[in-house]
Design a protein around this ligand. Sequence first.
Ligand SMILES: [Zn+2]
Length: 143
Amino acid sequence: MKRPAPVSDPLSAPFWEAARNRRLEVQRCLNCRRYFLPAVAFCTACRSSELRYEAVSGEGRVHHYSEVRSGARQDFFERQMPYLIGAVELVEQDGLMLYTNFPEHRLEELKIGAPVEVFFEEIDERATIPQFRLKTRTAGSDR
Ligand SMILES: [Zn+2]
């Protein structure tokens, strides 16, 4: 059973396009240089509408996480249980959160503040999603 693909919209389409090319890109204000995730129509800090996606390092720290053991609303996720969800605070900016999964880990392996890195999981030829894993692991090939 295949994982449901993300649904993009005009604001998020560049994020998913970059992910298909195994790059993590985040929208950034060209005026004040603030990053936004999810993307915004205009900068909420300086009101500029000059925003562009830029590559980021793909490194961050576990901000929070939780194990899903019940209540999955789609068959794919029902079969994945238990699985880990959470947020990674990217190193580029305080409070810049990317909501994600930690598919390579078990609950007892994660810790708040642990350094993590992005990797890319290809769902199909149209969709690839960024996922995160602990940095202490040997960097392997993208799955
Ligand atoms: Zn701005």
